[in-house]
Design a protein around this ligand. Sequence first.
Ligand code: SF4
Length: 317
Amino acid sequence: MPTTTAVDIYDEIEALKVREDAAILAHYYQDGEIQELADITGDSLKLAREATKITNRTIVFCGVHFMAETAKMLNPEKRVLLPDMGAGCSLSDSCPAPALERRQNQLRAEGRRFQTVTYINSTAAVKALSDWVVTSGNAEEIIRRVPDDVEILFVPDRHLGQYLIEVTGRPMILWDGSCMVHEVFSVGDLLRLKRRMPESLTIAHPECPTNIREQSEFVGGTEAMIKYVARYEAPTDFLVATEANMLWQLEAKVPRHRYHPVPGVTCACNKCPHMARNTLEKLRDCLAHGTPEILWQPQFERAAEVLRRSLLDPSAK
Ligand code: SF4
């Protein structure tokens, strides 16, 4: 039950949305109270695609910095606001553009022919150095588009890269990056939960390490998780290995099941501290004051081209 203060903030945000002609987009890893207010919720792929269809003048992106940046790249004419400009991403930070450029130059100096396939959790400068940008929702399909006689440099997530090697059979040169949230799931705790609930099914995000994926009945991005649990008619216990706010979305979309978070080694809840920087108060304030705003940067031009051909053009080669 929301408190009076929360109800007041909901009303304020709804009024500001109308005043500012704004649409709110929220990632599945945002707090449930923010997802509830959003016009569109989704994973990175869905939100990037939906952002191109919005007719409002302003997009408020409740997610982390690279996601809001992506929305701006695909909508240069719109005002894109991010409630907290400090909402970063450990995975994106693990691949700085100058380091990627050095690695690419090294491979070229060795005479190797390769294409750079980049997970969307990356800065605009890294996307601008890439041939393709993928999400967990379309990575397999894009990798199959890379010609067989060309190597693949996959950045920045080594766990997702390893998973893609397994499902596509395609060897890849992997960058050594990872997400701080998905890295810490405890396989010991998962096995204990499975012993306690032998009928349960485990669903894991492909950013999880191999030892968690190996113990899972299903591996897929957040959008794919929703489709997977919806296939089960009878109420089922699902053990969920991804950011803990995803449980809110699963409960909202497919409420007949019970969902249990897989605990982490260092934290029982597995909430992303970067996503958690966005709050209802900051959402209200950014709408009220029109800031923080994602401003257009010169490197967005090339990054936007790569994004468009990867996410919006199914015929691109
Ligand atoms: S959950 Fe991981 S990949 Fe997603 S924003 Fe947080 S740190 Fe980045």
